[in-house]
Each structure stands twice: as C-alpha cells, then as structure tokens.
Design a protein around this ligand. Sequence first.
Ligand code: ATP
Length: 427
Amino acid sequence: MIITDYISTLADNPYFGAGFGLFGVGFGAALLRKSYQTSLILFRRHYMITLEVPCRDKSYQWLLQWMTYKGAKQTQHLSVETSFEQKDSGHVKTKYDFIPSIGTHFFRYGRSWIKVERTREQHTLDLHMGTPWETVELTAFGRNKQMFFEILEEARQMALERHEGKTIMYTALGSEWRPLGHPRRKRPISSVILDTGISDKIMDDCQEFISTPSWYIDRGIPYRRGYLLYGPPGCGKSSYITALAGELGFSICVLNLSERSLSDDRLNHLLSVAPQQSIILLEDIDAAFTSREDTAQQKAAFEGMNRVTFSGLLNCLDGVASTEARILFMTTNYIDRLDPALIRPGRVDLQEYIGWCSRDQIEKMYLRFYDGENAMSESRVFSDKVMSFQTDISPAQIQGYFMLHKHSDPKDVLDNCEMICKMRKKG
Ligand SMILES: Nc1ncnc2c1ncn2[C@@H]1O[C@H](COP(=O)(O)OP(=O)(O)OP(=O)(O)O)[C@@H](O)[C@H]1O
C-alpha cells in the first residue's frame, strides 16, 4: 500500500517525469548506438572483405607499385619516391613516382570500390630493416576473395614486366635480400668470350640442372649445384655469371663473406630465403678464408676479420635441401688458397678455369668490336701480333685497348698493339 502510494506521488511529480524521460532518451540513444555498432560489425564480418599486407611480405613492394600506377591518379594525397634510370645512351634520368600517402584512399577497381588504408606504426620498427612498420589494408564490399587474388597477381605481373629484359642484383640487408640499384639490362652471353666450349659447358650444365628437379628429389639428392670459376683477374668470371643469369632469366644475389656483420646464422638464413630463380654469388672466396693447411700466421691475419666461420660456411653450403633450385657460384683468383673441403663435389660440382686470352678469343673479341669488310683477315693479323708478345693478356686488357680505339682505322688498331701490354691487367 505504502509503495503504491509512493509510486503514484512520484508519477505526479513533474521533475521525476522529466528525469525519467531523459533517462529513457539516453537509454534509447545508447541502445541505438550499440545496435548500430553491432550491425556494422556484423555487416563488415559478413558483407565486406579485408586484406592486410604487412611490409615484410614479398607482395608489399609490388602492391605499392600497383598503387602507384592504378591508384595515384584517383587520390590527391601522395608521397613521392625518387629514382634514377639510366637510358641506353648512358643518360641518367630522374623519375618521380607518386604513391598514395599514409592514410585512407578510395580506388575504383573494375566495378567495385576499394578502400585502401596505408598505415605506418610510429613505435614499431621492422627490426631487420630499421624502418617503421607499415601495412596496407584493402577493404571491399562483397565476399569474393577472387578480387584480391587478381589485384596481387596484377601487381606481380606489373613488377615482372618492369624487369623484363633486365637482371636484378640483390644484396643482403639485415636478414633480407634487397635489390641493389636498378635492374640492369641483360648482358648478352655472346658478349663474354671465353675459350672454346667453356661457356656452352657451364650453360648446358645449368640448364640441365634446372630442368631436372625430380631426378634429384627421387634420389634424395639435395637440389642444388655449386660452381667455381677461377683464374686471373679481368678474364670474365663476373661478366660471365651476369650474362648467364640474364640468359637463364635469373637474378643474382651477391654475398660478401668478408662483411663484418655476417654471422653463420645470418648466412644460413640468407641462403634459405634467397629470392626464387636466383644465382647466389660468393665473389673472391679466397679473401674470406684461407686453406686450413696454411700457416698459423696467415690464419691469424684472417681470424676476427669476420664472424662467418669456415665450418659455418660449409654447413650453410650443405644446408637444408629445398625443392627450389639453388645455384651457387664462387669465384677466386687463387684456387690453391682454397681449402679442399670447400670445393669438394657436392659443394662445388663444376669448376672451370677462366684464363688468359687464347688466339681464338682474341680474334672473336676483335670481330665483336670491328665489323669492316676485311675484319676477318684483320682479326687474324691482330691475334698473330698479340700472341707474338708472348705474355699473358686478359680480355679486360684487350677491351681497354679497343675502347681507346673506338673510332680508329683498323690500320691504327693493328699498328699500335704493343699498347695492350701497357694496359692494366684488369680494364
Ligand atoms: N672473356 C671476356 N669477354 C669479354 N669481355 C671480358 C672478358 N673478360 C673480361 N672482360 C671485360 O673485362 C672487364 C672485367 O671483367 P670481369 O670483372 O668479368 O673479370 P673477372 O675475371 O671477374 O675479374 P676479377 O677476378 O678481378 O673479379 C669487364 O668490363 C668485361 O667486360
């Protein structure tokens, strides 16, 4: 009784009525907001698709390029990426690419709209690169993931087309491979003139290796092949490997074993994450390690120079078998300084001496540089003269000499041959 009296007095109280009304409005608004949020979440969950691409992923760079070409026209908020491109004429051109900046952008892709959110974490670093952590998130209506596959594939194709006819050189940065400068134009294999049969022998071996993965896998043999090119400087070891990579459509990952920050673990990691279809190149391998039979004094000179140990390197070379072809090239000027363990079969499967010019090489080099009507006979005279010096001549010396006589008469070229001996051994 007392309670009903109390309620009826409250109902008559205008302040209470107004308060209750306000409470009702607030409650209603909160309910509306909550249900709006819930339905938004449900809508996003069931009717929208999202793709997050972190900067560590391989497709991140492709996607940025894709956004540069597809999206930059459709947004007004841009950041710039400056690059230099060398033309065939040698002229260097500066290029500015506009990438949609950090923030939210809307692009049209086919008939759909996509929201592209590029974010950069101020407090998180990509520890390997030392750069701020970035992600790109794509959001679209619908449930069809196919669109994202198409975008990634388009971005990948775009990246491949940019590199068509080029050889990409990679260098190790932290625990990752990063392109070193711009992709270079492929060097024609015919421009590197080695002694008869050597070029074909290496090329055939590589091609045979690449085309027979199942042969290795069926027999439980690790699917990798090691090559050693040795010989005096300036005879074409590096040039040949570059040309070979171009011919095979491979990129080149150059590793400097003398680098101080390279540890056994990092080397192992780098070898296992090398880009697909790439040649790993360890140049001047003798500079990093000497033969174990060398004197203690010599050993001491190398100890502490870097953190890759000899046994660490051997382990890395023997590393985990992968289904991806691994082609590793080593070069040295001094094969006798190498430890036999480093070049035993399995680590080095094919070794070739790339030596001083033979008569045949000299003639072929002449014909590559001069193509007058008497070039054939001139090339023979030229090679006779060079051979008569009875001294070791490298192709780099011959190339250096021809460069001095770019526009000279053949007669001048033949008459001044002695200059070749004065050229530095490596051009
Ligand atoms: N066999 C060759 N045919 C054509 N050009 C060559 C040849 N050998 C060397 N050259 C030229 O000489 C220069 C030096 O050659 P390269 O660096 O390939 O020699 P290398 O044997 O790797 O020397 P190093 O042992 O010092 O590294 C290049 O410009 C290259 O074009």
